[in-house]
Ligand binder design. Structure first.
Ligand code: 4NP
Length: 151
């Protein structure tokens, strides 16, 4: 199972989602490959935001090696599931690929815990450390649901 987590900048939310799901998949003995990407290119090549790194580190997960990249068309061949972390991210992916067949792989992440509610993981970029902790907690819940679903 190959899973791609996607947000806007690939520095706040999706790096945490990648780290959390990777840790949970390893702990559950699930054979999968997890990566993350962004729809925008402002932060390409950068490490995750310091609050994303710190919040994960406080929870025993090291994401400091990750580097931001933009989603690319090849990702739609490689990955089995592409999770959009927010509704605006979903719309951005649609605008980038312009292909209904490719969009079949794209799902709103929070549909795994709240189907059809169009919920988004709130962008913590302009927030405080607590906002990153809230994102971590929410991502923990949904990543746990994903691991249970596919194990
Ligand atoms: P992310 O957060 O999508 O969770 O990585 C953001 C990071 C940077 C920007 C927007 C969102 N930005 O506009 O630079």
């Amino acid at each position: 199972m190959k899973i791609l987590m996607v947000c806007l900048g690939n520095i706040c939310r999706s790096p945490m989602a990648e780290g959390i799901l990777s840790a949970k998949a390893i702990a559950a003995g699930l054979d999968c490959e997890i990566d993350s990407a962004g729809t925008e290119s402002y932060h390409v090549g950068e490490a995750p935001h310091k609050n994303s790194i710190l919040t994960c580190k406080e929870n025993g997960i090291d994401i400091s090696h990750q580097r931001a990249r933009r989603i690319q068309i090849a990702d739609f061949e490689k990955y089995d599931i592409i999770y959009a972390l927010a509704t605006d991210v979903y719309a951005e992916i649609q605008a980038i690929v312009k292909d209904e067949t490719k969009m079949k792989k794209v799902q709103l992440l929070l549909d795994e815990v709240s189907p059809n509610q169009k919920r988004s993981v709130k962008d913590p970029y302009y927030g405080t450390k607590v906002d990153y902790e809230d994102v971590f907690e929410l991502l923990g819940e949904v990543c746990e649901a994903i691991v249970q679903k596919y194990r």
